[in-house]
Design a protein around this ligand. Structure first.
Ligand code: GMT
Length: 381
């Protein structure tokens, strides 16, 4: 099939997921056309089946806000028509679902073709941004106008029905991870640099937005450090980073915390890590936690949103209520004191990640696509 994928090209979970999906579909022989304003960060391989179309947004002195959605819809029309796409799969509703609706109508009028649009809801497009009155009518309309709607967790499906007047069925297709990529042997030299005396390594990775509660990560780590030697890796960047660095200094743990910024080789960093901390106020799914589990890290998280769909209490990790730093710290300290429990839970985390392996989920997307593609083009049983 010829599939158009629209996503944010940045380090956010929806962009990562969409890019990995496109790469896997290309490996399966589909022609994949990424339509984004920048080369997606995980699009770092050459594959003859992958095409990248950059959305250019011309500026003009009149535009305080250059009309990205218009430029995106026009690029979609161009790619649909000139590359004869079978369908368009957009990730993150805002503004991708409404731009896709516009492109669909234009192609219908110009070429008489009704291009199927699939919208995948990821999280904050529904739970934070989309709910805002400023966006809500357009989000509701464009989701309802999609030919198929998917959500990355049961929780997100429920949240969508609660917050928007959605009249169609939303299918749940869970996020996935390539376990063979993340289950890597740790690089000893790297571990030695981070933890020269064999200290246990804790890790957090996110875009450092308020919803991630990154200060809780540092508070948990400070509690751990009072009890035992340990190191903390903070991966990613975003608005809360300066305050979090300041907190680490204030709590006197800055010598043991490394802020690594945005990183592409997550598999190497996760491979040396023992515990992944995700104290988010909300996660529709928690792709970063799933990648950590595939690298055999135990997950200490909140029980918010869809996190309980991947993290199993007392098996693959621990979950607490949002903001319960005391319980998160207690679980972490107890686990780090019990080497055999830690290694059992690491194995369980890996087993759970295998259930979400890319090889199990890609066929589900292919089956969904096959319902919408033109019979003569389909090539899927
Ligand atoms: O909020 C983020 O971390 C980024 C955001 C995105 O859409 O780029 O992530 C959301 O989508 C991910 C992929 O489906 C999920 O794993 C994250 O849980 C979700 N984030 C939130 O719900 C806060």
């Amino acid at each position: 099939m010829r599939i158009g994928i629209v996503c944010y090209p940045t380090f956010g979970g929806s962009g990562v997921l969409a890019t990995e999906l496109g790469k896997a579909l290309a490996d399966e022989g589909h022609q994949v056309h990424f339509i984004t304003y920048q080369q997606p960060v995980r699009l770092n391989v050459f594959n003859a089946n992958i095409f990248y179309h950059e959305v250019r947004v011309p500026t003009y002195p009149l535009f305080d806000y250059p009309p990205y959605e218009v430029a995106l819809a026009s690029t979609m029309v161009d790619v649909i028509v000139n590359h004869d796409l079978d369908l368009l799969h957009v990730h993150y509703a805002i503004p991708h679902a409404s731009a896709a609706y516009l492109a669909k109508q234009i192609v219908k009028q110009k070429n008489g073709r009704d291009i199927p649009v699939i919208t995948t809801l990821h999280g904050t497009d529904i739970t934070l941004v989309g709910r805002d009155k400023t966006y809500e009518p357009v989000v509701t309309f464009s989701i309802n106008e999609s030919d198929a709607i998917t959500a990355v967790s049961e929780n997100l499906r429920e949240e969508t029905y609660k917050s928007f007047a959605i009249t169609k069925n939303i299918e749940v297709i869970h996020n996935f991870v390539d376990v063979t990529r993340f289950n890597k042997k740790p690089i000893d030299a790297f571990r030695k640099v981070i933890a020269p005396n064999g200290e246990k390594i804790l890790i957090h990775a996110s875009n450092f937005r308020k919803v991630k509660r990154v200060d809780d990560v540092v508070k948990v780590f400070a509690a751990v450090r009072k009890e035992m030697p340990a190191k903390l890796l903070m991966v990613g960047d975003g608005p809360e980073r300066p305050a979090t660095e300041e907190l680490a200094r204030r709590l006197g743990v800055d010598e043991d915390v490394r802020f690594l910024g945005k990183q592409e080789q997550m598999e190497d960093i996760l491979a040396v890590s023992d515990i992944f901390i995700l104290p988010s106020e909300y996660e529709s799914f928690g792709l970063a936690a799933l990648e950590a589990m595939a690298a055999k890290a135990v997950v200490i998280s909140t029980n918010a949103g869809g996190l309980s769909e991947i993290n199993i209490q007392n098996e693959t990790g621990f979950m607490t209520n949002v903001g319960d730093v005391e319980a998160m710290s207690r679980f972490t300290i107890e686990l780090l004191r019990d080497e055999s429990r830690l290694s059992t839970m690491k194995e369980k985390a890996y087993e759970q990640a295998c259930r979400f392996d890319i090889r199990n989920i890609i066929p589900v997307y292919e089956k969904l696509y096959s319902r919408y593609c033109r019979m003569e083009m389909c090539g899927i049983d």
